[in-house]
Structure formats: structure tokens, C-alpha cells
Write a protein that binds this ligand. Structure first.
Ligand SMILES: [Zn+2]
Length: 327
């Protein structure tokens, strides 16, 4: 995908910080002929407006704002907005994509080139930011501007082919990622299952990229184990997290391994194993202590022997001395 970068300060209008975008917002421009023309407008208009990307009718993509910052495209919810959208400045948690449409009512069909560029761009953004490739809900996804502003932006994004987009993303996403499971939450660092237990770092990455079933919730937080697999100590120490249907474990050598088993049973067994390990450690300490005592006692007969030897030497020395004195 070829994207023409515009320096962020060329558009002037952006909001610093967009650390964990949760939704992609689709717009149409209701005016303009090319992406560059629209980008120049963002760069020069006194109105506070911009978007991250503009997709032209010819498929040209111009980037106006870095994804790490917020664009000024869709700040505020209006009455009638999608109910799960938070009433915050949505520019701080969205990535906005404009699509050139010269018609004031956004009725021009996307060209084939524009559609391909748009779909590819959206899939790419979803993968990089782990935005769910599905119609938006509280957990994230893809929405239209009118989901935020149904009154002033009822015609944005007009006739953008959302259903076709989701078919494309489903086919593509089936093999590449799953996104945030339905009803789970993710803030860009921590994934939280509906039961409130969180998943972080490598296990989070794994869950987000493997079509994770939404009912496969974690049973505990991630734990350190040494060895990570009691039945396979050669793997060494690592991290482990149990889920209802799965077990994830990690070592530096193996990376993340998923075992699709009855996680609940494994979890129960491992809890028993933990208890057994504690008992074994306690018993081993007792044995060590007993061995130390035995060793201490084992020295005593030697000491007795040594004393006997010393006494014998004393007797011999006394005899020798008596001999010398006699001489
Ligand atoms: Zn819009």
C-alpha cells in the first residue's frame, strides 16, 4: 500500500495523543475532486478540521495526521448517537478516514481503486492497532460519522459500502486475526474479560490475534512457574495463564504456546500440583535438617577414635620418655 505522507504540522489541526484507538470512523467529503486537494484544505482552512487519511477516487491515500495523534474529525456525540459510544472527545480514541466524493450528498459510488485502497487501509489499521474488524460496539470496531453525529452528519459516510467492507474484512480476518472478543475490553495495554480478569503482554497479543472465543475467559491472572510445565521440566521457567477452554504458556525459548484443553480441569490439577510442590519443599527441608543432624552425630565416633589415638600416643610417648629417663 502506498501512502503519501503529509507532515503533521502541514494540517496544523491535530490533537496530541491517540494512544489506543478503538474505532475507525469512516467519512465522505461531500466535495473535492482529489485527496491532495482535500489535504490542502485541511492544511489551510481556519476551521478546526482534519482526518488521519484521505482516500481519493483514483485510490491515492494521503495521510494528514499521525495515528499516534488525534485528528479533528469527530469530537462530539450528538443526541441519537450509538449508545455504546462514550461521551468524550472521540478524536482521542478513533482513527478517521475521509473518502473523496464530489457530490454534496455523498452519493457518488466509490471507484474500484478507491474501494480497494480503502478496504486495504482499514484492514491494515485494524491489524496494527488490534481494532476489531467488525461493526462497532463498545469493544471497538468500524463506524460511520453518523453513528457519532446523526443530526449534523446524517449523510456521512453516505453510500460507503459498509456491508461489502465487512465481507472483505471477514474473509481476510479469518486467517489473520480475531480482534477483541465480543464483550471484552481492551485499552491498548490490558485486555479484560467479562469476568474482570485481565490479560497483558504476550498472552494479550496472542488472544487478540487468534480468533479467541469470547467465552474462553481466563480463570486466573498470568502466573510465573518454574518449571512452566511440571510434566516437561526441560522447558524451564516461564509464564502460564489458564482459560476455560485453553491454556497459554510461554518461555523465552518457545514463545507463546496454546494448548486447547479443558483449562478448568488443568487449573484445578495445577492448583493441586502447587499444593503438592509446597508439601514436597517442606518435606525436603525436613530431610535436609535430619541429614545435617545425622552428619553431626556421625562425627562423634571419629572424635572418639581420635581421642583413643591421642591417648595411645600419650601412653607411647610416656613410655618412650620413661625409657629415655632410665637411660
Ligand atoms: Zn464525516
Amino acid at each position: 500500500m502506498f501512502i503519501i505522507p503529509m507532515l503533521v504540522d502541514q494540517t496544523r489541526v491535530f490533537i496530541a495523543g491517540n494512544p489506543a484507538p478503538r474505532w475507525i470512523v469512516i467519512h465522505k467529503t461531500a466535495g473535492f475532486q482529489t485527496a491532495r486537494e482535500c489535504a490542502n484544505y485541511f492544511a489551510t482552512t481556519p476551521l478546526m478540521t482534519s482526518s488521519h487519511y484521505i482516500v481519493g477516487l483514483d485510490g491515492e491515500i494521503v495521510q494528514c495526521v499521525g495515528e499516534g495523534d488525534g485528528a479533528a474529525a469527530n469530537c462530539c456525540v450528538e443526541p441519537g448517537h450509538a449508545p455504546w459510544l462514550p461521551a468524550i472527545n472521540l478524536n482521542l480514541c478513533t482513527i478517521s478516514i475521509e473518502h473523496i466524493d464530489p457530490s454534496p450528498d455523498n452519493s457518488t459510488p466509490l471507484t474500484v481503486a478507491q474501494k480497494l485502497a480503502s478496504f486495504g487501509l482499514i484492514a491494515d489499521i485494524c491489524q496494527r492497532h488490534r481494532i476489531p474488524m467488525r461493526p462497532g460496539d463498545a469493544g471497538g470496531g468500524i463506524i460511520g460519522h453518523k453513528d457519532i453525529a446523526p443530526q449534523s452528519r446524517a449523510r456521512c459516510p453516505g453510500n460507503y459500502p459498509l456491508q461489502e467492507l465487512f465481507l472483505y474484512l471477514n474473509q481476510r480476518g479469518a486467517n489473520t486475526m480475531g480482534g477483541i472478543p465480543t464483550a471484552w475490553r481492551d485499552d491498548g495495554h490490558t485486555l479484560i474479560a467479562p469476568n474482570g480478569i485481565s490479560i497483558t503482554q504476550g498472552f494479550r497479543d496472542w488472544v487478540l490475534s487468534h480468533n479467541w472465543s469470547s467465552d474462553d475467559v481466563p480463570l486466573s491472572l498470568e502466573q510465573h512457574r518454574d518449571p512452566v510445565q511440571a510434566h516437561a521440566p526441560n522447558f524451564g521457567a516461564g509464564q502460564i495463564q489458564c482459560f476455560v477452554h485453553s491454556l497459554l504458556w510461554w518461555t523465552p525459548a518457545t514463545g507463546v504456546i496454546q494448548e486447547s484443553q479443558l483449562g478448568a480441569e488443568i487449573y484445578a490439577l495445577q492448583s493441586q500440583l502447587d499444593a503438592a510442590h509446597t508439601q514436597i519443599s517442606s518435606l525436603q527441608a525436613q530431610i535436609s535438617s535430619l541429614q545435617a543432624q545425622l552428619s553431626a552425630q556421625a562425627i562423634n565416633p571419629k572424635v572418639v577414635d581420635a581421642i583413643k589415638e591421642i591417648q595411645e600416643i600419650n601412653v607411647a610417648a610416656a613410655a618412650a620418655l620413661a625409657d629415655l629417663e632410665a637411660k
